[in-house]
Design a protein around this ligand. Sequence first.
Ligand SMILES: C[C@H](N)C(=O)N[C@@H](Cc1c[nH]cn1)C(=O)O
Ligand SMILES: [Zn+2]
Ligand SMILES: [Zn+2]
Length: 474
Amino acid sequence: FKLDELIKYVDSHEEEYVQALREWVAVESDSSDVTKREELHRMMDMVAEKLRKIKGTVELVDIGSQQLPDGSSLALPKVVVAQFGSDTNKATVCVYGHVDVQPAKKEDGWATEPYNLTDINGNLYGRGASDNKAPVLAWIHAVEAYKALNLDLPVNVKFIIEGMEETGSNGLDAMIESKKDSFFSDVDYIIISDCGWLSKRPALTYGTRGNCYFFAEVEGPKQDLHSGVYGGTVIEPMTDLIGILDTMISPSGTILIPGIREAVAPFSDEEWKMYQDIEFDVESYRTKMGVEQLMYSNKVELLAHRWRHPTVSIHGIEGAFSAPGSKTVIPAKVIGKFSIRQVPDMDPAVVEKQVSDHLHAVFAKRKSPNKLKVTMIIGAKPWLADLKHPLYHAGKAAVKKVFDMEPDLIREGGTIPIARTFQDVTGKSIIMLPIGGFDDGLHSQNEKMSRYNYIEGTKLFIAYLQEVSQIKAT
Ligand SMILES: C[C@H](N)C(=O)N[C@@H](Cc1c[nH]cn1)C(=O)O
Ligand SMILES: [Zn+2]
Ligand SMILES: [Zn+2]
């Protein structure tokens, strides 16, 4: 195995890799904005093209369309599936990633144009740079390096790259189900690199939280009203909405929706010990967040609430006045958007009922004439792996080879909606092998991927393919 040669190849192609990322980041592949759908289609074509260029067998799979709130339908971005090698004497890994991104506008507070990759001191700023375009490219470049040097891939490599992850991976569950006995029949392991390290130390991730995303709509008068002329005579939808949203979580972070906390898996002594052993500086985390005080100042508690406790976040209110200036309006209809990150042993179907029952009960107490409608639009399950699985031993060995250190063993507070489906439907084991930095600013202003993580991450993937090939078949 010629790791040194491969590493040299990666180092000498750094600028090409950065240019490839620049081209991908330039595509506004925002899956949540229906007006950007053409961009998303173009993005999927670019992924397919990139894989074809290195002689993969590539297919763009049509996964149908999505229903929009106004009743119309919109084509979903095709899913790119690809294959490199079909040697039955080798193991087969399937790399999953996504190339859709969260919304971003310069006026949100970005220091640079979000879709123009900008290098500042070795950090590559751009929407989707870390989540998840650079990691997907790093995987493709890892395969490309073997091929360019005429080295046999140690394992067969398949890819599944999608374009709807940020909105809950619409249409992907059905595709995986339909390909269970074809595309997945020879897959041994699934690898996902869609998260980040905890600190400057590389990490292996063994769990993700799920996410239940809700719309709570309160509808009142037939149109918006002048708050001076009509204020004080109508019961305002916004007051109702804020009143009910405020009953979900206490100021100190305790979830008040009956049944939610009771469902959470107990925190074992072994887990406590693992968290305690992780090197993590709460104070620098606090400073990085730019807050005066965190919910928890104790390391174990903080990590536990980041990874293995549920939380409620309120994201926005559609229909509310939010522009600069001071409009004196009573909005007629408002939609509160919030989500509950859930953990083992919570179940999205149960959470949906608990949330709906709770909000309707507190709304009923208000005796409001307005109408409340609660809808769960995403119900993504949490995922947890067995750290004793050989995939993780292989991960440790690869990190050792490339970084000469032991990785942190961590969980991810965010959600990879498809992870549980992969596990449940295909029955295959998954490893999450992140290369994102701890401070990449995913979903936030000034998202970035450092050159260091991008390039060393590519080397990690190269080494990991070799380590996986050493796993003895059971
Ligand atoms: C962790 C991953 N990179 C990510 O950002 N996932 C999203 C997926 C999601 C969940 N609900 C809606 N989208 C996330 O965790 O927010
Ligand atoms: Zn992601
Ligand atoms: Zn994301």
